[in-house]
Write a protein that binds this ligand. Structure first.
Ligand SMILES: [Zn+2]
Ligand SMILES: [Zn+2]
Length: 137
């Protein structure tokens, strides 16, 4: 493994993940659910195929209504409450990993912003980020 390995975990270290490749996409989501779940202005996310990821440790799940119907599942550490990834571990084909959990946060380079319509004025995005008012088609 090199120093550019994408890996990380929660605040207390009980819930960990590691990827065997770079993410398929990286971005931020400013939807009201992401803001409330994170207590922040947005959630920075990285998309990985499920087979690219090894996730270890206990999780607590919270399910809410997804934008396009169905459910969105957020997984946090039951001990420290750190929010780590989205999707159903063992069921979903892909996962979003929340980039704040990265051991090396400099690996995160967002290319898109979702739900720009809900972005507070105090969230300033890097130049060149593609804006979507809601989700890409
Ligand atoms: Zn934890
Ligand atoms: Zn969101």
């Amino acid at each position: 493994m090199t120093e550019t390995t994408f890996k990380g975990g929660c605040l207390c270290g009980a819930l960990r993940w590691e990827a065997d490749r770079a993410p398929d996409y990286m971005g931020v989501c400013c939807c009201p659910d992401c803001r409330r779940a994170s207590g922040s202005g947005f959630i920075p996310f990285m998309g990985f195929a499920a087979e690219a990821l090894t996730i270890t440790g206990p999780t607590r799940q919270y399910r809410s209504r997804a934008f396009r119907g169905g459910e969105a599942t957020r997984n946090s550490c039951p001990t420290c409450g750190g929010l780590v990834f989205g999707g159903e571990h063992g069921l979903s084909d892909s996962h979003t990993i929340y980039a704040g959990s990265l051991d090396d946060p400099s690996l995160f380079r967002p290319a898109m912003a979702l739900f720009n319509r809900d972005r507070p004025a105090w969230v300033v995005l890097p130049e060149g980020v593609t804006l979507f008012e809601t989700m890409p088609d």
